[in-house]
Ligand binder design. Structure first.
Ligand code: FES
Length: 143
């Protein structure tokens, strides 16, 4: 099976389940007769796939050159400190998962990040504080 088709299958499964658990991967493997090792090879190569249960909000910080030159490291350090996590982790309250990603195509608005797939640009520590506060409040109201 072509990798492009496999990527679509994996994307659909992740969208449906929130992440690609071992159980989900075994089902895909069986249904499409693809060795599970090939599936793991694909999902470990592509950073958009998750194999652990995710937080309610997914923050993906751009770590490519334009963002790095415009303060992405400071944003990253602030978020890690503020949420008490490191890149690749989920907060204890399961509200946020934080990742680093490559260029998201918003270089003219660097530093930039995706929050639940939506781009946020021209980030500053002040703006991040506001965004996190809004997300925390929104989560609290719904929970
Ligand atoms: S380098 Fe960050 S959006 Fe392109």
């Amino acid at each position: 099976m072509e990798e492009k088709i496999l990527l679509n299958i994996l994307h659909e499964a992740q969208d449906k389940h929130g992440y690609l658990s071992e159980e989900v991967l075994k089902k895909i493997s069986k249904k499409h007769q693809i060795p599970i090792s090939r599936l793991y090879g694909i999902i470990t190569f592509h950073t958009m796939f998750r194999v652990k249960k995710q937080g309610k909000h997914i923050l993906e910080l751009c770590g490519s050159p334009s963002c790095l030159l415009n303060g992405a490291r400071e944003i990253e350090r602030f978020i890690e400190k503020e949420l008490n996590v490191e890149i690749g982790e989920t907060t204890k309250d399961k509200k946020f998962s934080v990742y680093k990603t490559s260029c998201i195509g918003c270089c003219d608005g660097a530093p930039a990040m995706l929050i639940d797939g939506k781009p946020y640009v021209n980030l500053t520590i002040k703006r991040i504080k506001e965004i996190l506060k809004e997300l925390k409040n929104a989560s609290t109201k719904r929970n």
